[in-house]
Design a protein around this ligand. Structure first.
Ligand SMILES: *Cc1c(COP(=O)(O)O)cnc(C)c1O
Length: 397
């Protein structure tokens, strides 16, 4: 059994704060600054250019990719790191469409995160081959998969409501219909017991600054199923995805395996921070973490219900049907969230009216959940949100 009081001590959390926003930006693991300092001074500072060979910088995307692979149920050697998630979505989609050249429909849902849809739109325009992005309600995805579907592109956990798709069932349905499946694990990796291999996902992508605590702007990951990894065509054919980057050939030849999904120079400092942050997950059983998250989010839901707060649950009531967050609708959600944050309960707001709370058992326990419910009660009952200071929207909500 994981000692969650011990994992909490691995984080540098501000005093007196209930941090329920780890689904947006994970907090700082205490091991990160020293590791970064070491890379800066002993590697960059002493080795300079020698760091690429002598400090293993060039292999970092594969090495750290293997650490992510364990957390998402992917086999070793099937994950690489780099760029941002938007870029990795583009790469996965381009590669998947190439594997299914006679079909034109990219199927996704209206709960998907906008950048995934924007990247699809941009790719469709660049390809100019008449592809179509078809969006249906999340509940209607299964029945919308048909013989025109080239690729099913979904995010497992809805960033606003926390509703969780059945990855295995939808992937099986896509395969039956002759489509490929791309899963975005932005709100799953590091939070849930994901098993991309068991689900048969063709591609999986995700970011590492949310539940994986890699820090602002931490690099994204991409997994390609081994069955496709040696045949997919990387649309972004950068030199570090080349079979022999340092041969400096004038022609592109993709590297073997998932390495072909690398593009350019790896972000070594950001990878170093992520690498240190991932130490927190050593020995963590993801199924146990997920179970603990359900216990905590149920405590939150029942607390709100017991106090009769004027909030509408936006997440599925069944904890098994949601990811590691709980969301409520409230018409003055933005101002209410600002009032909560001013009182030390940090969640966030997603337009138009969603108050969102990330449940991260590695550093959130019963005390934080209870503080959140109690503070919500005060904010709503005494209308503490009804203050002009709380209505001014910042650039990042
Ligand atoms: C957070 C998130 C992103 C962010 O993409 P970046 O390129 O890292 O900014 C993309 N997709 C989903 C589903 C997300 O939740």
């Amino acid at each position: 059994m994981t000692d969650f009081a011990a994992t909490r001590r691995l984080f540098d959390l501000p005093e007196g704060i209930a941090y329920l926003d780890g689904n947006s930006l994970g907090p700082l693991p205490k091991a990160v600054p020293a590791r970064l300092e070491q890379t800066l001074r002993a590697e960059w500072g002493r080795l300079a250019i020698g760091g690429w060979n002598r400090a293993g910088w060039m292999e970092a995307p594969a090495r750290i990719g293997d650490r992510i692979a364990r957390l998402i149920g992917a086999p070793p050697g099937s994950v690489t790191m780099g760029d941002t998630l938007s870029v990795k979505v583009y790469q996965a989609l381009a590669a998947a469409l190439d594997l299914n050249p006679d079909r034109r429909v990219i199927l996704s849902d209206t709960g998907n995160f906008p950048t995934d849809l924007y990247m699809a739109e941009g790719l469709i325009r660049s390809l100019g081959r008449g592809h179509e992005l078809r969006l249906v309600a999340p509940e209607a995805v299964a029945e919308a998969i048909d013989e025109t579907t080239a690729v099913l592109m979904l995010t497992e956990v809805d960033y606003r409501t926390g509703r969780r798709h059945d990855m295995a069932a939808l992937t099986a349905r896509a395969h039956e219909a002759g489509a490929l499946a791309i899963w975005d694990l932005a709100h799953s990796a590091g939070a849930l017991a994901v098993d991309v291999a068991a689900a048969g996902a063709d591609f999986a992508v995700g970011c590492t600054y949310k539940f994986l605590n890699g820090g602002p702007g931490a690099p994204a990951f991409i997994h390609v199923a081994p069955a496709h990894a040696d045949t997919v065509r990387p649309a972004l054919s950068g030199w570090l995805g080349h079979e022999a980057p340092f041969a400096f050939d004038l022609d592109y030849r993709p590297a073997a395996g998932v390495d072909r999904m690398r593009v350019g120079t790896p972000p070594v400092l950001a990878l170093t921070a992520l690498d240190a942050a991932l130490d927190v997950f050593d020995g963590i059983d993801m199924a146990e973490l997920e179970a603990r998250s359900r216990t905590l989010s149920e405590r939150f839901r029942k607390g709100v219900e017991a106090r009769g707060l004027p909030l509408v649950l936006a997440s599925p009531a069944d904890p098994a049907a949601r990811g590691s967050q709980i969301s409520f609708r409230f018409p003055e959600g933005y101002a209410a969230m600002q009032a909560l944050i001013a009182r030390g309960v940090v969640g966030d707001f997603r337009a138009p009216d969603i108050m969102r709370f990330g449940i991260t058992p590695l550093y959130v326990g019963e005390a934080e959940i209870d503080a959140a419910v109690e503070t919500l009660d005060a904010v709503l009952t005494d209308r503490l949100w009804d203050d002009p200071a709380f209505r001014t929207r910042a650039a990042v909500t």
